[in-house]
Design a protein. Structure first.
Length: 229
């Protein structure tokens, strides 16, 4: 974020009043966060997101009326810079995959502890993907243990440089920019530029989508260390 002293603005979208109250109380105890709004359903959530342009949206997956996935889609249409984290009770791999493919920055289970949620919101606001550890395992298992990897269109892969393919493989393994930079012995800012180029070339909305793309296409081991960037 441009101003490191500016609190991370958060919008809560969940149909359970008591749950929203608990999250709001948790975040308000931390000066790093500002809960700028709440909504009890998807329609109101989309409306509030348009008005408030929050840094992070915590969004329930299962709500009456408009679903969480539909809400996610509409929020990102109008607020592409907002990081949307699904905060749900669903541990179904299909729900996780659908959320990530729709552009969610993260997917967390409601039984996580408070400290984990706080760290996840900070990471999401900084542009990092956030997934519950158990869900990461399920995602990889579903994609690698199911059907054979989808062949990527040659034109898509050909757009990537050797270094970009290497970084794409790192994204598939869930590595952060800092870890990738350390592994490849390059500046973290260089990694960020490569990630932006990867998203643009593959027409993807987020690094999480890039990770899903890489796993789906069997690229989690792609890349040669030391390739020129």
């Amino acid at each position: 974020m441009e101003n490191t002293n500016k609190p991370i603005s958060v919008l809560l979208v969940d149909d359970h009043t008591l749950f929203r109250s608990g999250i709001r109380s948790l975040l308000q105890r931390n000066p790093d966060f500002a809960v700028v709004g709440e909504a009890a359903d998807g329609v109101e959530g989309v409306k509030r997101a348009r008005q408030l342009r929050p840094d992070v949206v915590l969004l329930d997956l299962n709500m009456p009326g408009m679903s969480g996935l539909e809400t996610l889609h509409l929020i990102l249409q109008d607020c592409p810079d907002s990081a949307v984290i699904l905060l749900t009770v669903s541990e179904e791999a299909q729900d996780l995959t659908a959320a990530l493919q729709a552009g969610a920055r993260g997917y967390l289970i409601k039984n996580i502890d408070a400290d984990y949620l706080v760290r996840a919101i900070r990471r999401a606001a900084a542009g990092e993907p956030v997934l519950a550890e158990a869900m990461t395992t399920k995602l990889v298992a579903q994609m690698q243990g199911g059907a054979a990897p989808k062949p990527a269109a040659p034109s898509e892969i050909d757009r990537l440089t050797p270094r970009e393919r290497e970084i794409l493989a790192c994204l598939a393994r869930g590595e952060s920019n800092k870890v990738i930079a350390r592994t490849l012995d390059v500046a973290e800012s260089t990694v960020k530029i490569h990630v932006q180029n990867i998203l643009k070339k593959l027409n993807l909305a987020s690094r999480v989508q890039a990770a899903v793309y890489a796993v789906e296409h069997g690229m989690s081991g792609v890349g040669e260390k030391g390739a020129a960037g």
